[in-house]
Design a protein around this ligand. Structure first.
Ligand code: HEC
Length: 119
């Protein structure tokens, strides 16, 4: 009995937390730590296309534009994945509906070419 009640409470709590995280715009609730896994993609060509479509406008060639310079920042893959998924004050968030997980890895491989990220 006690155990069942606990399980029901936990499920309720999780559902509530999930609903709240969606309400606040979703991905900003994600932590950098949840993106910590090795960068394995070497698909620079696809990454260049993704960058041209979603990033180039504000970080032209990795340099400053409407956004800051990111070339040479040498962020960890987790930090860059989080930044793309969570956005910033003036940077939009890009969910998997815009940039798939596979494309995100390719994007990282491309940004590695100008030192925005390190493996
Ligand atoms: C509409 C303009 C805009 C677009 C599009 C954009 N960014 Fe940004 N980006 C910014 C701004 C502005 C910041 C500064 C942080 C903030 O807004 O909170 C930023 C910050 C960053 C940072 C952190 C830089 C630092 O020094 O802290 C990284 C990395 C980054 N962007 C990468 C990307 C990538 C990769 C893409 C494409 C998926 C992208 N940005 C698309 C505007 C943009």
């Amino acid at each position: 009995m006690g155990k069942n009640l606990f399980a029901v409470l936990m499920i309720g709590l999780l559902a509530f937390a999930f609903a709240c995280s969606k309400e606040s715009g979703g991905t900003t609730a994600l932590s950098v730590a949840s993106f910590e896994f090795p960068l394995e993609s070497t698909d620079v060509a696809t990454g260049a296309e993704v960058y041209a479509e979603f990033c180039e406008g504000c970080h032209p060639g990795g340099e400053a534009g409407d956004g800051p310079k990111i070339a040479g920042d040498m962020e960890t893959p987790a930090e860059l994945r989080w930044r793309v998924r969570a956005g910033g004050d003036d940077m939009p968030a890009f969910g998997p509906n815009k940039i798939s997980d596979t494309d995100l890895e390719a994007l990282l491989a491309f940004t590695e070419t100008f030192g925005a990220v390190r493996r």
